[in-house]
Design a binder for this molecule. Structure first.
Ligand SMILES: [Ca+2]
Length: 208
């Protein structure tokens, strides 16, 4: 697969670390947003959005400064390792996008995480997540295929110049329509080796 295929540009706003407010609230409250923009965002915000998934890989706790490899068939925070291996990254190894822990989608090989959501058929949803990459080894560009319902998209992250102290998390959004009472979400690393895409702070909300 060519690297240019469906890889979005990397100009998305960088997410500040240790963020606790949910994104929409934070966006509206920030002083950097003009009052007009804030008003538009309030108007655009769904009045009855319901969160159907919020996952930050905080449990099980991994000893600080280390990580734990998860193998095919293992579960973490409700996600199943569908293929390959995944590393659950503990606090003080690198800074998570949210909370203390995150995952590297490559353990010793490209891994995939899948979970099933309870969804309302014909309802529209928005998936949000934070993406970075393990800067400790190549390739520089980490790629992940995100599949949810009938939507699939490849996201890239360039780790050039990044360190474990400055991972540079980027927030992404993907919208989808549910067609059944269950919808599967999958994050699949497309990067070879032991240094893969880093993932954290996944949320799914219903939207109107
Ligand atoms: Ca986390």
């Amino acid at each position: 697969m060519s690297i240019s295929e469906n890889v979005p540009t990397l100009t998305t706003v960088e997410v500040p670390p240790s963020r606790h407010l949910r994104r929409r609230t934070a966006a509206v409250l920030t002083g950097a947003v003009s009052s007009t923009m804030a008003a538009l965002m309030v108007l655009a915000a769904p009045a009855q959005a319901a969160t159907v998934l919020s996952s930050s890989f905080e449990y099980p706790r991994v000893p600080g400064g280390s990580y734990e490899q998860l193998d095919h068939g293992d579960y973490v925070d409700g996600w199943r390792v569908d293929s390959g291996t995944v590393d659950l990254i503990g606090r003080n190894y690198w800074r998570a996008a949210d909370g203390r822990q995150s995952v590297d989608l490559n353990g010793t090989s490209a891994g995939a995480l899948t979970r099933r959501l309870r969804t309302d058929p014909r309802q529209r949803y928005e998936l949000q997540f934070s993406l970075a990459g393990n800067p400790q080894g190549g390739p520089a560009i980490k790629r992940v295929r995100v599949t949810v319902g009938d939507v699939s998209r490849v996201f890239g992250f360039d780790t050039s110049g990044r360190t474990v102290n400055r991972l540079g998390w980027v927030e992404h959004t993907l919208r989808f329509n549910a067609h059944a009472r269950n919808t599967e979400v999958t994050f699949e690393s497309l990067t070879r080796g032991s240094y893969g895409p880093a993932l954290d702070d996944i949320q799914v909300d219903s939207i109107h």
